[in-house]
Design a protein around this ligand. Sequence first.
Ligand code: NDP
Length: 295
Amino acid sequence: MKILLTGCSGQVGWELARALLPLGEVIAVNRSQADLSDPDGLRRTVQKLNPDVIVNPAAYTAVDKAESERDLAFLINAEAPRVLAEEAAKNASLLIHYSTDYVFDGTKHAPYTEDDAVHPVNVYGQSKLAGEQAIQATGADHLILRTSWVYAARGQNFLKTILRLAAEREELNIVADQIGSPTWARLIAETTAHVLRQSLLERQQGGFSSGIYNLTSAGETSWHGFAQAIVEIARQQGTQPLKNRIINPIPTTDYPVPAKRPLNSRLSTNRLEQRFGLKMPTWDNALRLCMADMV
Ligand code: NDP
């Protein structure tokens, strides 16, 4: 079983490089070995490696920058997945790809299901949606795992930013009217390994079906609630000096950024849990485990 893993330096890719190890020969490639902004080169790389499975966490993830780099965002998030899926279709291999809650506009007053109407409100979301659609159009065996609010002990993310700011500032202002479920990159990777193992069995036995699945932690909070939990856990751990004493809730309108964000990022994981026999942990439980790994 040869598994080609892209973006192995990213939050999810780093964890996947470990979580997928028991499933086969993992060929983990970074940008210099497989550049997703070079579709022809990417195609040649896949053809040379001839994998049984392609797992693609690599993406253009700079949400605000995407507003001014639309072409590059679409090249990496839509054209590259199309190439991966075309090659998967040719070789009868399986593609696992990641997408985002940002395919939705966030106006729904409940968690989004996989069947809800998509309507991205920023370029990043549009490019990720185009990637989903490009994969679906190829007819390749695929799973598209939509996740949200990803953090990890490594990389650039909200957890790391809050830990840094809490050490520097007494007072923080954090957006409180966007809600979602913070999701640990390791949880995504380990869930992917379960999903992949079952999918390989299903393909052997002839019962596999492609589709989109939401993959996030259970429960919900706001960025403000997430920040409070991070600082509280850090305080309990007592391993780093914390200046922070107050975290003020602010509305999205008080924190202007180039890309519009959906107010509701919640995704229902019922479909994933039912098909793959899983029960997603709550976001705060996973956060504790992640932060325990950082001390
Ligand atoms: P990261 O930003 O941590 O990692 C992105 C990875 O993609 C890096 O390894 C990066 O390489 C690689 N990459 C970027 N451009 C290229 C390129 N041109 N060629 C090859 N590799 C490239 O992302 P995450 O791990 O957080 O995200 C994983 C998936 O989850 C993505 O599909 C993302 O869209 C999705 N997602 C992420 C969310 C989040 O909050 N982060 C929320 C919802 C969905 P390099 O290190 O060289 O830059």
